[in-house]
Write a protein that binds this ligand. Structure first.
Ligand SMILES: Nc1nc2c(ncn2[C@@H]2O[C@H](COP(=O)(O)OP(=O)(O)OP(=O)(O)O)[C@@H](O)[C@H]2O)c(=O)[nH]1
Ligand SMILES: [Mg+2]
Length: 327
């Protein structure tokens, strides 16, 4: 059933998909409703848009800590990163430093009792970090591991100033293994020996404290981290935080792609984010299924060698490419 959607409608829908806040979502939906061709073929779609508008209008303004810990955290932004570690390792301090969230931070262990999300800006995209209660044998409840299983990336936070951060790392990995979770550089789509393989990243923190550099040397000298990337930071001084943001982006294995309408300048404000390895067709699908079915070819700028060349639908997009889709 061809709905004959107009370019104005498709543009509004693209804005809806790229929207980062409820306000932007609402504005885009309202525009979709005003530009959608009103006929029998679009009735279902119109109803769907109205339903989404109603939902956004009644949604609670801010998600506070009253939210049940058991609920999964609604994904926002280009990827979801779970902060995982032993008590007092410095997880909440990193969330506070990297996002607008205001978690409880304390010099005693077990201060975090509920999951708390926050959005981290990395260049022109937003990545969601989720602070979690600590892992500790006999203490951590099952739902904490559900959040870990749901995330796109597991960031293990290690206190570098303890006597042996390597031992802490092994403890965290052992606790995860008991829950059938294994960390690797890259997630695996299938279970491996009954284990769920998630992408992992090690973050050694409290680099400002005495002994932390020795701790870091200990952590990186033996390959106890199973080849996981390691970044050293201080939530207090801010050292290493830019590097950490980039490491998170790289470990998420996502690419940014900018779209352009024929004869216009590219939209360099709001990239689409797609999994590494995505093609022109995947981008078209992300924008709109109708784009994907009607796509004839694309012009591409970027990757150091393309300057508006015509590329086929199965061409693999690289981070930073600009694409003009032709239907
Ligand atoms: N010097 C220094 N202290 C830090 C740093 N990061 C955290 N701390 C301190 O370490 C203690 C624990 O920090 P939190 O961020 O609450 O640790 P957590 O991992 O969230 O702790 P739980 O929620 O109990 O698991 C607090 O006293 C922090 O001030 C850092 O980079 N440098
Ligand atoms: Mg905490």
């Amino acid at each position: 059933m061809p709905a004959n959607l107009t370019p104005e409608y498709l543009a509004a829908e693209a804005r809806y998909r790229a929207a980062k806040t409820d306000k932007e979502r609402l504005a885009a939906l309202q525009e979709m409703l005003s530009t959608i061709p009103k006929h029998k073929g679009t009735e279902k779609l119109q109803a769907e848009i109205k339903r989404k508008i109603a939902q956004l209008r009644t949604a609670p303004k801010k998600r506070g800590p009253s939210r049940l810990a058991l609920d999964s955290i609604e994904r926002e932004g280009a990827g979801q990163v779970a902060l995982v570690g032993l008590p007092n390792s410095g997880k909440s301090s990193l969330l506070a430093r990297l996002t607008n969230a205001r978690p409880e931070i304390a010099d005693y262990p077990f201060s975090t009792v509920k999951p708390l999300p926050g959005m981290m800006e990395f260049e022109d995209i937003q990545i969601q970090l989720v602070d979690l209660p600590p892992l500790a044998r006999g203490y951590t409840e099952g739902w904490v591991y559900s959040h870990i299983r749901n995330a796109d990336l597991i960031m293990v936070v290690l206190d570098l100033a303890v006597e042996d951060p390597q031992r802490d790392l092994q403890e965290v990995l052992a606790l995860l293994e008991e829950e059938r979770i294994r960390l690797a550089r890259e997630a695996s789509p299938e279970l491996e020996g009954g284990m769920l393989v998630k992408a992992g990243l090690l973050c050694g923190t409290k680099l400002d404290l005495p002994g932390a550099r020795e701790g870091l040397a200990r952590l990186s000298s033996r390959d106890g981290g199973q080849g996981l990337p390691l970044v050293a930071v201080s939530a207090r001084s801010g050292e290493g935080l830019e590097e950490l943001k980039r490491a998170i982006f790289v470990a998420l294995r996502i690419i940014r792609v900018y779209t352009k309408e024929p004869g216009k300048k590219p939209d360099l404000e709001r990239p689409y984010t797609l999994p590494k390895g995505s093609t022109i067709l995947d981008l078209a699908r992300e924008i709109h299924q109708e784009f994907a079915t009607r796509l004839r070819y694309a012009l591409l700028w970027g990757s150091g060698k393309f300057e508006g060349q015509r590329v086929p639908r199965d061409h693999e997009i690289q981070d930073g490419d600009i694409v003009e889709l032709h239907i």
